[in-house]
Design a protein around this ligand. Structure first.
Ligand SMILES: [Mg+2]
Length: 323
């Protein structure tokens, strides 16, 4: 079934980096792979098994203490501008929610079956449905076991998502997380959703003021450009916690900064690819990426048209023409 092209809404969905449009030109194949293939399931397990070993080893080899709540804590020295700070911070991992911890493929399945493109009102209806319907409380394979193991070790799990706080979404997210069976202690303080564009900007300016940092300095620029929309929440998490792991299905879920003005198409694709190489030692050590062939910044990095022209045949077409 071909999904009607609703280009503007699709772009909006991709920019939101929340579950968005199924690729209308690839039909449901990518979704079938994600939802039904044993290989996708195995890949998720692989990522979370690797993460479990990496976090357990980090805890074993580090000289962490414990605070009165039983959380692992690390002594951290930070320099912010010209000031130094020393404190004991809880050891934490930071996890994206959609397609990292929560499986929203039923939303995508609905779009395919109904022959619809992404529509924000349908997404919001799905969030309401998901919040109240236990059948829709689905986790990415391996995620819950990983979270439980990390929490049993004393590691604090922080969730940073670009779901926003409108229309009761915060409470819905808490219900869904409880529904999949992850730790509930202090959960409301560990879920950081997007406040809204203007509110995020105001909060970023306030944070820079509190830290005494210039708006045009490296932190200020990254914070105000807010490319992934998560910079501010990442920074306040890093100021409060000692983060030993980042989890996401999108490059923007990781503390990797790619200038926002990088052009779509080859420049952006190359910058993203180079960033992955530059952080080579992190993948599987403290960066853990889950598969998502459906939506995300990888799609919005493609040129608006003729993206097939980027496919590389390594000269095989030429070889065939010469035969
Ligand atoms: Mg995600």
């Amino acid at each position: 079934m071909r999904i009607p092209r609703v280009a503007g809404l699709i772009v909006a969905a991709i920019l939101l980096c929340a579950p968005g449009a199924v690729a209308e030109d690839q039909g449901p194949l990518a979704l079938l792979w994600l939802q039904k293939s044993a290989e996708a399931r195995a890949l998720c397990k692989l990522v979370y098994n690797t993460a479990t070993r990496a976090v357990a080893e980090r805890v074993r080899l580090s000289n962490y203490g414990r605070n009165e709540k039983g959380q692992l804590v690390s002594r951290v020295f930070t320099r912010i501008g010209t000031k130094y700070r020393e404190d004991l911070r809880p050891v934490a991992v930071v996890m994206d929610l959609d397609e990292t911890v929560l499986d929203n493929s039923p939303f995508e399945a609905y779009l395919v079956k109904a022959g619809k493109g992404f529509d924000d009102s349908i997404w919001r209806a799905f969030v309401r449905f998901q919040g109240s319907e236990p059948r829709a409380h689905r986790a990415i394979p391996g995620a819950v076991d990983f979270i439980r193991t990390a929490e049993a070790l004393g590691v604090t799990v922080i969730y940073i998502s670009n779901r926003d706080t409108q229309e009761g979404q915060f409470d819905a997210v808490l219900r869904i997380l409880k529904g999949i069976g992850v730790g509930e202690a202090d959960l409301a303080n560990r879920v950081l959703l997007h406040l809204g564009k203007e509110e995020e900007k105001a909060a970023a300016l306030k944070l820079l003021g509190e830290l005494g940092l210039a708006q045009d300095g490296p932190v200020g620029r990254a914070l105000l450009a807010n490319q992934s929309k998560k910079e501010r929440r990442r920074l306040i998490t890093q100021l409060q916690y000692h983060v030993i792991g980042w989890f996401g299905d999108d490059l923007n879920d990781f503390p990797i900064f790619i200038p926002k003005d990088t052009a779509k198409g080859p420049p952006m694709l190359e910058a993203r690819s180079e960033a992955v190489s530059a952080y080579s030692g992190h993948w599987g050590t403290d960066f853990f990426v889950l598969p998502n062939p459906i939506y995300g910044s990888w799609r919005s990095s493609l040129p608006d048209k003729d993206s097939e022209a980027l496919l590389e045949d390594a000269g095989f077409g030429e070889f065939m023409r010469g035969k």
